[in-house]
Design a protein around this ligand. Structure first.
Ligand code: ZN
Length: 275
């Protein structure tokens, strides 16, 4: 496991991030749900014979948090801490856009451990630098994609979720779109950029602790005199072996391994603009 930095350990030592109250948003799991999910992961890891991680996760408790990247309670605290501190930095909100970017690299089932998270992130940071973007803050998210209607193999698709300053957008957007090309990608929209409405949920979503299996189906319909292809994606729960693979990986990269900071630094008690 990546050892948590003193910055993370110090900030998450504050148990209020593990509690209820503000910040809160629609899809944030409750304290109780996060506890139940942790125990589920403990049982799963036990069943699949990963005793070390199982023990670390089982021992997570107030005052002695495990800070593992796969702990749903520590992950939830990290989400609430990052969302709170980032919302203080990213003001006024109407100067920021929400960007979802699917990475250029994917991993077939069983190979997620070979994805170098730091390299994956650094590639994006270089792209943003080339595009002369301003501040950006967000996270790496993962989904498991299946394509039952084609011969493509199921795979892990890492993607970025960012809040990014909208100054200079024509330039950084062009560079990002040129770099993260649609042809290498799966979902119909590899890049989405929308204005931020200031809702804290957009910040919390960057480091969400629930992950989906996406099932892409291609269907055909006849419309306006032509047969048209329709791409449909539905979501489902990850299967046990997929969950194990992802949890081992998240533990390996650590909570901070998912964090993406561009022109932002970790500062005492939160974040600051890089000087
Ligand atoms: Zn924990």
């Amino acid at each position: 496991m990546n050892t948590p930095s003193p910055w993370l350990a110090k900030n998450l030592a504050d148990e209020r991030w593990f509690g209820e109250g503000q910040p809160n948003w629609k899809h944030l799991p409750s304290v109780e749900k996060a506890q139940i999910e942790r125990l589920k992961r403990v049982r799963l890891l036990k069943k699949h014979r990963h005793p070390e991680l199982m023990t670390a996760l089982a021992a997570c408790a107030p005052g002695k948090r495990c800070l593992s990247g796969c702990c749903p309670e520590c992950g939830r605290a990290m989400q609430r801490f990052v969302a709170t501190k980032a919302s203080q930095l990213l003001t006024p909100y109407n100067e920021y856009d929400v960007a979802s970017i699917i990475g250029r690299t994917q991993r077939l089932q069983g190979n997620l451990r070979t994805l170098p998270a730091a390299k994956f992130r650094d590639h994006l940071l270089r792209t943003l630098r080339r595009g002369r973007a301003g501040l950006a803050l967000g996270g790496i998210d993962f989904s498991f994609n299946e394509f039952p209607a084609t011969d493509r193999l199921a795979r892990w698709v890492p993607h970025f979720w960012l809040l990014i300053h909208n100054a200079n957008r024509p330039r950084w957007e062009r560079v990002v779109r040129e770099t993260y090309l649609a042809k290498a990608l799966i979902r119909p929209r590899p890049i989405r950029i929308d204005p931020w409405d200031g809702n804290i949920e957009a910040l919390g979503y960057a480091l969400k602790t629930k992950f989906d299996r996406r099932i892409s189906k291609v269907t055909y319909r006849f419309a306006r005199g032509k047969v048209r292809e329709c791409k449909n994606t539905t979501s489902d729960r990850l299967r046990a072996n997929e969950r194990v693979e992802l949890f081992l990986y998240l533990h390996e990269i650590g909570l901070e391994g998912r964090l993406v900071l561009f022109e932002v630094t970790k500062a005492r008690g939160g974040f600051d603009v890089a000087s």
